[in-house]
Design a binder for this molecule. Structure first.
Ligand code: F6P
Length: 538
């Protein structure tokens, strides 16, 4: 039986009809004093205020029909049962099983091994080859083997172990590794080589250079005390020369961008201690229970997902700003870039047909208030629809007098300004009240008008502790999953990253001068020639 294209389904058409009615947030607030309580959810220390989204009860009801028509509960059940829902790679999707309170035996065994290792490093039982305790850990990985632990390590800075610094090196550019190593003493440095496949060019190149650095300083025998690995490919780990006893395994049913909960979280566990890492897992598991068992009307990940679909597919937004008013969450936008854009940046559905509508937005952002002094101008007056996720903490994780209330005031002021806007009449009245001459008001007023009606969601966390961070990450993971289901795409493969890798393999021997530059377009050939001879044309 032919499947109805998504955009022709009754649920989709109903939403498209509703999108034709223009909604002004300012008026929606003015006519409904209960708007905040009507359009906000609170669960286990997380408040999700979506009253500043351009939605009505009717829109939300239609979005809930869309959730039903995408069979989300059925897909959740299939995922939990371990079905091969990542069809194009032939894999199950079970990352949530890593954070279950009583995980399966293979997961428990690796967690126990991680715990022993963390305890050994923290207690000083684990020593470098010259007898030094470990002062610095360098995680070498990229993508999902870097962004998650790096984001979480920064997020939980208030929980860092004393006397241990954790660094992250990802870029193939030697500047990343070289500038990191320049600060370190090889005798007290431990490398974690993190790669699901253990074949990724960036990671393997950095790992080899790090190995050379250790061997040059301490000799070949030192490798065993200065390198551990995290991978699904234990054979490749052994081939690289890392003792299998120092390898931490995970499994192909954990997607790279969902792997923070696995042994990929080892540098995080080293940074914050294993008990705190367990708190992080517990927060993730708590959000899983909420997601699995709650109807969409009260379900936090479902709500975030459906609002995103509304903004992207019905209001034509092409981006999603993530604006954490927390320096500790500085790396969250970059982490979510991979999570959402690598998962759902696709145009072909699970059956191999075009999806027929825009999918993942361009995710970007910056910690508030820094972003305010960089790009908020464009959000306020640039004329584009830019949905924003504001993320704020009720209690500061680092507190100095005069900071936190001012930070919150800025966060809430921005979403208020984006929602409300400022009309020409209001601008003129304000300037007149300030005593400005009428002719000057006339000249200046147009520049001070704010269109407003810019949709935003605010997530307010009680605090940023390991548990809350676990909730937050799990919340966005499930949001991504739900959106993928609605768009009918497989959120767990990433074929789009392959082509560039393939071409880079072809270009390397040409750049190295080992092969002639044949069959290249004139731009690529010209760039390679310029690298060899210098950029100047004279
Ligand atoms: O960017 C493509 C990708 O395959 C990601 O999905 C993954 O997180 C990253 O590369 C790193 O892969 P690995 O952990 O195998 O080194």
């Amino acid at each position: 039986m032919a499947v109805t294209p998504l955009i022709e389904t009754p649920a989709w058409r109903a939403l498209a009809a509703l999108a034709g009615h223009s909604l002004r947030l300012r008026e929606l607030f003015a006519t409904d004093p209960q708007r905040f309580s009507r359009f906000s959810l609170a669960h286990d220390g997380v408040l999700l205020d979506y009253s500043k989204q351009r939605v009505t009860s009717e829109v939300m009801a239609a979005l809930h029909v869309l959730w039903e028509s995408a069979d989300v509960p059925d897909w959740i059940a299939r995922m939990r049962a371990g079905e091969t829902i990542n069809q194009s790679e032939g894999r199950a999707v079970l990352h949530f099983a890593l954070r279950e309170p009583n995980p399966r035996a293979e997961v428990r065994a690796v967690l126990d091994k991680m715990q022993r290792f963390c305890d050994d490093v923290h207690s000083g039982r684990w020593r470098g080859s010259a007898g030094s305790t470990i002062s610095d850990v360098v995680n070498i990985g990229i993508g999902g083997s870097d962004l998650g632990p790096k984001m979480a390590t920064q997020a939980l800075a208030a929980y860092h172990q004393p006397d241990l610094r954790v660094h992250y090196v990802s870029n193939l550019d030697a500047a990343h590794l070289a500038t990191t190593l320049a600060q370190l003493d090889p005798r007290s440095t431990l490398f974690v080589i993190a790669s699901k496949t253990f074949t990724t060019q960036e990671t393997m190149t950095n790992a080899r250079s790090a190995r050379d650095w250790i061997v040059a300083a301490l000799g070949e025998a030192a490798v065993a005390r200065h390198f551990v690995a995290v991978s699904t490919n234990l054979a490749a780990v052994a081939k690289f020369g890392i003792d299998p006893a120092n390898a931490f395994e995970f499994w192909d049913w954990v997607g790279g961008r969902f792997s923070l909960w696995s042994a990929i979280g080892l540098p995080l566990a080293l940074a914050i201690g294993f008990a705190n890492f367990e708190g992080f897992l517990a927060g993730g598991a708590a959000m899983d229970r909420h997601f699995f068992n709650t109807p969409p009307e009260q379900n936090l990940p479902a709500t975030l997902a459906l609002l995103g679909i509304w903004n992207i597919d019905f209001l034509s937004a092409s981006t999603q700003a993530v604006l954490p008013y927390s320096q500790s969450l500085e790396h969250l936008p970059r982490y979510l870039q991979q999570l959402e854009m690598e998962s759902n940046g696709k145009q072909i559905d699970r059956a191999g047909y075009p999806v027929g509508c825009p999918t993942a937005p361009i995710v970007w952002g910056e910690a508030g208030t820094n972003g305010q002094h960089a790009f908020y101008q464009l959000i306020h007056q640039g004329g584009r629809l830019i949905p924003c996720d504001f993320i704020a903490l009720r209690q500061a994780d680092f507190d100095l007098p005069g900071h936190h209330d001012a930070l919150l005031a800025n966060c809430f002021a921005q979403s208020e300004a984006l929602m409300r806007g400022k009309t020409l009449d209001e601008v003129c009245a304000e300037l007149a009240a300030a005593g400005m001459a009428a002719d000057k008001i006339q000249r200046l007023a147009p520049f001070k008008v704010f269109p407003g009606n810019q949709p935003s969601t605010t997530l307010l966390l009680d605090r940023l502790d390991p548990y809350a961070l676990g909730q937050l990450v799990s919340l966005y993971e499930h949001k991504t999953f739900v959106q993928g289901l609605i768009w009918r795409i497989n959120s767990f493969d990433q074929w789009g990253v392959e082509y560039g890798k393939q071409l880079a393999v072809r270009l390397l021997p040409i750049l190295e001068g080992k092969q002639p530059a044949t069959d290249l377009d004139s731009s690529t050939a010209g760039l390679i020639a310029a690298c060899k001879t210098g950029a100047s044309r004279n």
